[in-house]
Design a protein around this ligand. Structure first.
Ligand code: MRU
Length: 365
C-alpha cells in the first residue's frame, strides 16, 4: 500500500538477507519511522515490544529473525535455541511459530554452511506468499461486501476491531484487504473502527483508511453493541491471531463481545485470515489457546500528542490499583458466520474442506 504516495510494505530485506527493514509501529499514528534490524535478538525485541505486530506480520518477521540467527550460527543446537526464543516472544498468534518453523524445516536437510542461503530463499518465498494470500483474501472478502451492497443498495457499514490492515501483514491486510478491494471496485462502504484499547490498534486502522481515502469513523470499543442494535452495522469483519481446526477464533481482546452482539442482532460476523493462522493441532480454542497477558502499563498509560505536538505519555490509573491485561479472547465457532481465507470463504465447520491437507499437517520441530 502507499505511504505519502510511495508503495510501502511493512517488512523488507536488505543486503541479501543480512538485515531487515520494518516500520516502528509503536510510533504510529504520530510518526512514520523505518528501522533496520541486523541481529535476531533485535527481532525478538521488535516482536515482543510490538514494533511489528499483527499475526501474519509477526509470522514473516519471525522467519526473518530465524534467517539472521542461522547466519550467526547455523549449527543444530543454535538453531533450536533461537527457534525457542523467537516463538516465545508472543504466544497467541500461531503464525509466529509457523513462520519460524518454515525456515527451520527448510534448512535442516542441508549442511550448516548451506543453511543461510536456503533460509534467505525460504524467507523471501514466505514474504511474497503472504502478499499473494492477502490479495486473494481481499478478493473473496470483497465479494461478501458486494453481496451485502446488492441487497441494501446503500453504503455497507462494516465494523472492525483492532488492526487487520497492511500494517498487520506484509501488504494489503486481511480484513482490510477486503475493504480496500471492495472500495477499489466502487462499492459504497463505510468502516466503523473500534479504538481497541489498550494499545489502540484502531488508530492504526484509521491511519491506513485515511491514507487510502476510505470513509471511516473511530468509535469507542463499547459503542459497537449500541450501533448494532440500531442497525448501523451491516457486517462485522475482523482478523485473527489463531483459528482452531473447528473454527474457534482467537483475536484481539474485545472481539468476543462484538461477536455476541452481532449474533443477538443477526448481523453477519466474518473473520479474515491466511491459512498460516489456522492451528490444525487444536479444536477447542477456549481451553487450548494460550492468551498473552501483557504488561499492565499498557492500561496505566495513554500516549498522545501534547499541546506542542510532541508525543507524550500520561498516567491514568493509580499505581496502587491492580490491573489485568489479557491481550486476546476466543470467539467460539458458533458465533462466526464465515472465515475468509486465500482459498475462499467457508463456514467455520468447513475449514477442512477448503484445506484438506490441513488436518494432516503436523509441526516437526
Ligand atoms: O497484539 P497485536 O496488535 O499483534 O494484535 C494482532 C492483531 O492485529 C489483531 O488481533 C488482528 O485482528 C489479527 S492480525 C491481522
Amino acid at each position: 500500500m502507499k505511504v505519502n504516495g510511495v508503495p510501502t510494505r511493512s517488512i523488507w530485506s536488505l543486503d541479501d538477507g543480512q538485515r531487515i527493514g520494518i516500520i516502528d509501529q509503536t510510533q504510529l499514528p504520530f510518526c512514520f519511522k523505518k528501522v533496520e534490524l541486523s541481529d535476531w535478538r533485535e527481532v525478538v525485541d521488535a516482536i515482543a515490544t510490538m514494533k511489528v505486530r499483527g499475526a501474519p506480520l509477526i509470522g514473516v518477521t519471525g522467519a526473518w529473525g530465524m534467517v539472521l540467527a542461522i547466519r550467526d550460527n547455523p549449527e543444530d543446537d543454535a538453531i533450536h535455541a533461537a527457534r525457542s526464543e523467537l516463538i516465545a516472544s508472543r504466544p497467541t498468534a500461531v503464525d509466529l511459530q509457523w513462520g519460524v518453523d518454515q525456515i527451520v524445516t527448510a534448512v535442516m536437510p542441508y549442511c550448516p554452511r548451506e543453511r543461510f542461503r536456503m533460509a534467505v530463499k525460504m524467507a523471501e518465498t514466505l514474504t511474497q506468499a503472504n502478499v499473494l494470500a492477502n490479495r486473494a483474501i481481499g478478493t473473496h472478502g470483497a465479494r461478501v461486501i458486494a453481496e451485502l451492497y446488492a441487497k441494501k443498495r446503500a453504503p455497507v457499514n462494516i465494523l472492525t476491531h483492532c488492526n487487520a490492515g497492511w500494517l498487520a501483514t506484509v501488504d494489503y491486510g486481511t480484513a482490510l484487504s477486503a475493504v480496500y478491494i471492495a472500495f477499489e471496485q466502487g462499492i459504497p462502504l463505510h468502516v466503523w473502527v473500534d479504538e481497541t484499547r489498550p494499545r489502540n490498534q484502531g488508530l492504526l486502522t484509521a491511519w491506513e483508511l485515511e491514507a487510502g481515502g476510505v470513509p471511516h469513523t473511530v468509535i469507542a470499543d463499547n459503542a459497537g453493541g449500541h450501533l448494532m442494535q440500531h442497525r448501523e452495522v451491516d457486517m462485522v469483519l475482523v482478523g485473527a491471531d489463531r483459528i482452531t481446526a473447528i473454527g474457534d477464533v482467537a483475536n484481539k481482546i474485545g472481539t468476543y463481545l462484538k461477536a455476541l452482539a452481532a449474533k443477538d442482532m443477526d448481523i453477519p460476523f466474518y473473520v479474515a485470515a491466511p491459512s498460516s493462522t489456522i492451528d490444525w493441532s487444536i479444536q477447542d480454542g477456549k481451553h487450548s489457546i494460550e492468551i498473552e497477558n501483557r504488561n499492565g502499563d499498557e492500561l496505566r498509560y495513554v500516549k498522545g500528542l501534547d499541546a506542542k505536538g510532541q508525543v507524550t505519555e500520561v498516567e491514568i490509573i493509580s499505581p496502587l490499583t491492580n490491573v489485568e491485561n489479557p491481550a486476546f479472547d476466543v470467539t467460539p465457532a458458533r458465533l462466526v458466520t464465515g472465515i475468509v481465507t486465500e482459498r475462499g470463504v467457508c463456514a467455520p465447520e468447513f475449514l477442512t474442506r477448503l484445506f484438506p491437507e490441513g488436518a494432516r499437517r503436523r509441526t516437526r520441530w
